[in-house]
Design a protein around this ligand. Structure first.
Ligand code: ADP
Length: 394
């Protein structure tokens, strides 16, 4: 409890942009997030007053951080599960709890559990020897997909294996390096979708409209809400999958389920148990943002309405350019706002390594194709200080 404000204290482990935006939402609830960041220049540490600097892999630092927190939650899934179990055993309200979170930390555990629940996952197998991948490919066909079970993000940790020869080489190198691996059938996907839900300890659940996540080279570039032309049965199926996983695994907080749409229906790709890039649209595009909902859920408040605030909402990720743009961020904003007064910009205060997510833009409107184009142009402009090829400003 914060005695100055008589509001509970939520501690978030991890000081990235998700913590930064959760802090912003917590302020609206009369609170201030406490953050465990690994350095003072992390995105959330730049803006929040109550920051402890420490490592999320250090149990002593986690214990000290948890003191005085009414609930501890996360902006990433990299806290060792045994540390989470230790904290929970000592009475810390860890949300989501270690049993649930394990399914977002380990793809093999997740695939096995969801398969047992009868939920749609691609055929998969644990790979501990090169022969395992060769027999998997022989059974399910080439190409197939090899993944590290732990620690991957933004497509790092995913390899497409086209031939047995390539599979032998790649798998051999990864096994040598000690990576825990699984192989999956390459899913014939039409597009990628995501469903975000939230669940409170009381057991209340709520789903946002299903979104389409548009990917380029393994990185999400846009999120379209609602997913265009999604049939009613698939929409319902996706939301039910999200709510069922949250319930069965006992998730507390936001759960993002990444999905593949295939000619035969939906297939689950992966889970995140925290606010997620596919939910950034909700800051401006839904009655309750994923960040507010996450705080409400971990404190067991009743959840907020998830309905959209416009018929078409598009989130465009701002991915840092390969070379330093010719204008400062400040100048880029001047021009962007002059052109698009309705653009909602969210910058993370991060340095610009090429390809890094340094912010996003939300655009709202009536027609998806128009809003989508505006989000594309705005995100490109913010990253590059120029309009995309083939586009001229009149
Ligand atoms: P990460 O954890 O690094 O985000 P994902 O498991 O989400 O990795 O995979 C990254 C991308 O690779 C996905 O968004 C999708 O485009 C592609 N991908 C992953 N698994 C498969 C699969 N089984 N079949 C086809 N494409 C896949």
């Amino acid at each position: 409890m914060d005695h100055r404000t008589a509001t509970p204290v939520v501690g978030m482990v991890g000081g990235g942009q998700l913590a930064r935006m959760t802090h912003q939402a917590a302020i609206g609830l009369g609170q201030s997030l406490k953050i465990l960041a690994s350095s003072p220049d992390e995105s959330a540490a730049l803006v929040a007053p109550n920051v402890e600097i420490g490592s999320h892999t250090d149990l002593a630092a986690l214990r000290a951080f948890a003191q005085g927190c009414d609930a501890v939650t996360f902006d990433h899934e990299h806290v060792p599960n045994e540390h989470l179990r230790a904290l929970a055993a000592e009475g810390v309200a860890v949300h989501p709890g270690p049993e649930a979170l394990l399914h977002a930390q380990d793809k093999l555990v997740m695939r096995r559990r969801l398969g047992e629940l009868g939920l749609p996952v691609p055929p998969f197998a644990e790979i501990t020897r090169v022969e395992d991948v060769l027999s998997f490919g022989a059974e399910h066909g080439w190409p197939c997909v090899l993944k590290t079970a732990r620690g991957g993000y933004d497509g790092k940790g995913v390899w497409v294996l086209n031939t047995p020869e390539g599979a032998r080489r790649t798998t051999g190198e990864l096994l040598e390096a000690g990576a825990p691996l699984l192989a999956e059938q390459r899913v014939p996907l039409r597009r990628e979708l995501a469903v975000l839900v939230a669940r409170s300890p009381f057991g209340q659940g709520g789903a946002w409209p299903v979104v389409e996540t548009v990917q380029s080279e393994g990185v999400c570039v846009q999120v379209l809400a609602p997913a265009p032309n999604l049939s009613e049965p698939l929409r319902e199926r996706a939301q039910n999958i999200g709510l069922r996983i949250a319930e069965e695994l006992g998730v507390v907080g936001v759960l993002a389920v990444e999905l593949f749409e295939t000619p035969d229906g939906l297939v689950i790709n992966e889970l995140a148990m925290r606010p997620h890039n596919s939910g950034h649209f909700s800051i401006d595009g839904a009655r309750t943002s994923q960040f507010e909902q996450h705080v409400r859920a971990v404190l067991d408040y009743p959840l907020g309405s998830t309905e959209l605030t416009a018929p078409a909402v598009v989130m465009g990720n701002v991915l840092a350019a390969a070379t330093e743009p010719r204008m400062s961020v400040d100048e880029r904003l001047h021009h962007l706002f002059a052109r698009y007064p309705h653009a909602k910009v969210h910058l993370y205060g991060k340095s610009s390594r090429p390809g890094r997510k340094i912010g996003h833009v939300n655009m709202l409107g009536e027609r998806m194709d128009e809003v989508r184009e505006q989000a594309r142009l705005a995100a490109h402009w913010l990253a590059h200080a120029e309009w995309p090829d083939g586009y001229s400003v009149h």
